[in-house]
Ligand binder design. Sequence first.
Ligand SMILES: Cc1cc2nc3c(=O)[nH]c(=O)nc-3n(C[C@H](O)[C@H](O)[C@H](O)COP(=O)(O)O)c2cc1C
Length: 333
Amino acid sequence: MSSIVTPSLAKLTKINRTFSIAPMLDWTDRHYRYLARVMSAELLLYTEMVTTGAIIHGKGDYLGYNDEENPLALQLGGSNPHDLARCAKLAFDRGYDEINLNVGCPSDRVQSGRFGACLMAEPKLVAECVTAMKQVVDIPVTVKTRIGIDDQDSYEFLSEFVETVSHVGCDTFIVHARKAWLQGLSPKQNREIPPLDYQRVYRLKKDHPSLNISINGGVKTLSECREHLLHLDGVMVGREAYQNPYLLAEVDQQLCGSDKPVLSRDAVLEKFIPYIEKHLISGGRLNHITRHMTGMFQGEPGSRAWRRYISENAHKPGAGIEVIEQARKMMTL
Ligand SMILES: Cc1cc2nc3c(=O)[nH]c(=O)nc-3n(C[C@H](O)[C@H](O)[C@H](O)COP(=O)(O)O)c2cc1C
């Protein structure tokens, strides 16, 4: 079911960056993204990071997605301009709306490939990568970064990085408002331990008003998003959008001026079930999708029963839609 949207159509898509969902490896796969899209027509979706090595040498289709997901950005991991350009072109031809370069991931594996957050120390190389990609695609090429790495954590360091990369025509940055420690902290710790500094990202926007700057890190509610939007162009939400996905049901109304009615949780499920049925008919496993749904009723009475029933039953061979229906019933027992 890969997209066959033509590049010319993709080019016409105007990207609304007010609210986006962060790229999250193993979490924001195509099933999760479809669920998110059921709840919001406006939000911008990002794929999990896909490395240039996987796209160029891998056997699977790393660029596959469902047409319904657009607007959709592909996040690339890599630092070889030639390889990045090759992958960006493939993604452009498949109908992606944006190419995003990962300059924020601190994992050892990524560092040994000389990409991710460690690229913050090499702004000229990032600029070369952006240039190479921009030469072959007609969609935005953007960068997701941190506010610093290790001891290179001054405002000037961040500002110079952004200036160097923006000089080659990258006008959109998504900034995770904490620095990364490249040694000694796991990726998970690097999302929790270095303190958040939202003011630094606000200052970056103030000093570079023509750039499109989105903030990321620690945002949990739509009212927090509204606060950030007073200073910035967009907010990117990661963990909360995954663990409490129903948050997304009000994005269009609360942040994007839509007057469509907000879908109830049950209405979301109803709209999602035909997608799950299609997946099952094509031989897919139920739990590959339901693992993204366990937080759907977070904060509601019975949400634990929902979560438990799904976790205990969705992986069983032959499990079908009845597991979801029964899990819903368990909430009211
Ligand atoms: C499970 C998981 C996987 C992640 N994978 C990626 C990734 O592939 N690319 C990336 O740029 N960031 C990745 N991140 C970081 C998020 O995009 C985001 O920057 C971070 O979680 C902070 O935002 P939050 O506080 O809203 O979650 C990941 C985060 C999590 C929790």
